[in-house]
Design a protein around this ligand. Sequence first.
Ligand code: NAD
Ligand code: UGA
Length: 464
Amino acid sequence: MVIEKICCLGAGYVGGPTCSVIALKCPDITVTVCDKSEDRIKQWNSDKLPIYEPGLDDVVKTCRGRNLFFSTDIAKGIQEADLIFISVNTPTKIVGNGKGRAADLKYVESAARMIADLATSNKIVVEKSTVPVKAAEIIMKILRANTKPGVDYQILSNPEFLAEGTAIVDLIEADRVLIGGEETPEGQKAIQELCWVYEHWIPAKNILTTNTWSSELSKLAANAFLAQRISSINSLTAVCEATGADVAEVAKAVGRDSRIGPKFLEASIGFGGSCFQKDILNLIYLSECLHLPEVAAYWQQVLSLNEFQKTRFTRKVIESLFNTVTDKNIAILGFSFKKNTGDTRESPAIHVSKTLLDEGAKLHIYDPKVEPEQIYYELTGTYVKTEHENIKKCVEIHDTAYSAVTGAHAIVLCTEWDEFKELNFNKIYEVMMKPAYLFDGRKILDHEALQRIGFHVQTIGKRL
Ligand code: NAD
Ligand code: UGA
């Protein structure tokens, strides 16, 4: 079969950018991204896309209406497609068996059931979402228990490795594409068909093919390894602060070993994002189910250290402000979980903000890309507008960093947005309360210059 039509179930941070790039690089393929959320699809079809991602607007503008479509007509999308990506969310379960650790596969299951109900011809079904090992078996069972005459399924695993903020570059210049499938002739043929799609722009040597379970586990392992590097460097920040070592110098010296490498050794207030914690929890749960408590404990420590880091930083802020922030104005610069995204899922800024609010602080928050409603949602746990009214008494969202810092007792920098490096700190010092405190949770500012202006500066992994 030559793939002429692709459908993607799930128009989120992965489905949207991934399919936009496939449409860009494969003009001979028609790509339809479907979502059950009408609102999300409406935004994908508008001038203001539902997610901020550098370069995405241009790709969508080039392809939308040509060979890229966004639709809520899931039935049509499934029926017409030769290949279907399942790119739905796989959050951590919040109730029931395995709650707090296991992945909730209800959206994956519902996607599989939709395909089983609606398909009228052969399909290659591709698991793009991050899932526990053996999840493809669930999809297989649902599809193969519901086969109709003339409808045959092949199920592949093709995890996504893009990072938010660099998604388009990551997709276009992927280090590798990973495709896992069954070791039968039909399974191998389906792998080759998906390889052909990626070979439109990815060199064949960078496309790795494995069995299904290796592919599923490799995705969890890759995220666990990345998060482990951050927890490793963050564990040393406390040692640096106590001894006078500088974590940036340590990271540079350690990373120069070509076996270790320099990337992903930026000390921070802790990692955030929708996936690291969720995927490590997933690995922990899998290890527990396989009666491997030592393996589970090993990965649990990566998460525990991350919690420790967020708490340690916030405690430092409070202790420096004479151990009380009640009624003090604190400017929070940056609310997204990293720069160049408006995504706030698991952002360390949430932990910092909630702890300061619990201590009675008045927060003045500025982020260049996060919508105010999203900040209120993260701080209240609901999108219900009336619930936001209460929190508005102690949280003000600002349009500029300068407005947020005016009258502030302290600045807490939570996200490494480039624009924060360009701020006029002489001007900022003038409009702040004195003594003026600045806590750089991302190590991006010139601390000596700030001290010369008069700021009391604290950062991560370096005693100032
Ligand atoms: P998301 O929440 O942004 O998007 C998921 C979308 O799926 C939602 O819009 C939801 O409405 C839709 N959906 C759910 N069930 C559906 C159904 N049956 N039919 C149609 N649409 C349905 O999630 P995301 O960030 O895009 O993540 C998706 C998956 O990719 C997750 O498993 C995640 O772990 C993985 N992943 C995410 C990233 C990332 O950077 N966000 C990177 C790599 C992998
Ligand atoms: C991460 C992985 O990098 C992707 O490969 C993966 O596909 C994705 O998760 C996923 O599965 O969802 P993402 O979470 O978007 O991507 O962003 P990262 O760049 O990995 O950053 C995650 C968090 O770690 C951020 O809060 C970031 O500030 C923090 N970080 C990153 C550090 O604290 N130090 C570093 O050196 C790097």
